[in-house]
Design a protein around this ligand. Structure first.
Ligand SMILES: [Zn+2]
Length: 295
């Protein structure tokens, strides 16, 4: 058994010839019933099942896909994803749950792999037919793509880039962080500003537009922070930091319930880990000489 936290994951659309294929050796199976990942129950932990053949274990995937393999140098284990019928009763010892719920039990490594898996499973399920001529699509073997043999249309897994940005402001009382409350958030929660990139827009233009639209201020000194795949359902979050330039906060009422400038030692309820929103806020706290809170 390998662990995703200690091993390197090598993404592949097919398995290399020196690794056994599905059903021939124990492999990690990321099986989804809708948006619920099937895990082995193991006390307070959840494990991605390592199965030789999912069918003999009581799972018969409707479709399956190669994800790649985990390697620690000495050992390699193939990873597959699969879609289960919605009405399949899971065998004893297994349960299905959403990735958000499973994150604390799975940890970063398995969560990231499961996030990759659910997006590939969903793409495969929802792109069986050509969007132009309606004919059946063919899955290509050597790249993560499908192609329509009738009309030639190609199709790749969809990713939706979104920016997320931590804006700070220098005040006579110290540095403050811009946080906003979206109507969709759980009661009391605030976060940094985020929004989807529009066609034809650079990431920096998107960052400036989102902040202007949501809270009415302009920003400067936009810097890249880091990125995070976010499989709800297919975002790629691109994190930035920026500084306040001008304007007063005026919230966009359709989307934002409230927004304000917060001191590092007086933050409201924050988004949970492993979100990049939380990483941005933690970095702000660290820059202000405070330890990020654990909860
Ligand atoms: Zn076609």
């Amino acid at each position: 058994m390998l662990d995703a936290a200690d091993s390197r994951f090598i993404a592949q659309t097919y398995l290399p010839d020196d690794l056994p294929g599905a059903g021939a050796a124990p492999s990690y199976w990321f099986l989804f019933q809708g948006d619920r990942l099937v895990v082995e129950e193991n006390g307070a932990q959840a494990r991605v099942p390592c199965l030789t053949d999912p069918a003999t274990a009581g799972f018969a995937p409707v479709r399956c896909q190669v994800l790649g393999y985990l390697s620690n140098g000495a050992q390699r284990i193939a990873c597959y994803s699969g879609e289960l019928a919605g009405d399949l009763a899971l065998p004893p010892g297994y349960r299905g749950d959403t990735l958000r719920n499973l994150y604390p039990l799975l940890g970063d490594g398995w969560f990231q792999l499961a996030g990759r898996a659910v997006q590939i499973v969903t793409w495969d399920a929802t792109h069986q037919f050509c969007g132009r001529c309606g004919g059946p699509m063919e899955t290509l073997v050597h790249e993560r793509a499908k192609r329509c043999p009738a009309c030639g249309l190609s199709n790749y897994p969809r990713l939706s880039p979104a920016i997320i940005i931590a804006v700070t402001k220098q005040t006579p009382d110290g540095t403050r962080l811009l946080l906003a409350r979206n109507h969709r958030f759980p009661p009391g929660r605030y976060s940094v500003i985020a929004g989807f990139v529009e066609p034809g827009e650079s990431l920096e233009e998107c960052a400036a537009r989102e902040v202007r639209e949501e809270v009415g201020i302009t920003i400067t000194n936009i810097r890249y922070f880091g990125s995070q795949p976010w499989p709800f359902p297919n975002s790629l979050m691109l994190g930035f930091t920026a500084e306040y330039a001008a304007g007063e906060i005026v919230v966009e009422p359709e989307e934002i319930a409230d927004a304000g400038w917060f001191a590092a030692d007086a933050l409201p309820q924050l988004p949970p880990r492993p979100s990049i929103a939380r990483k941005l806020i933690d970095a702000f706290m660290t820059a202000q000489g405070l330890q990020p809170t654990s909860s």
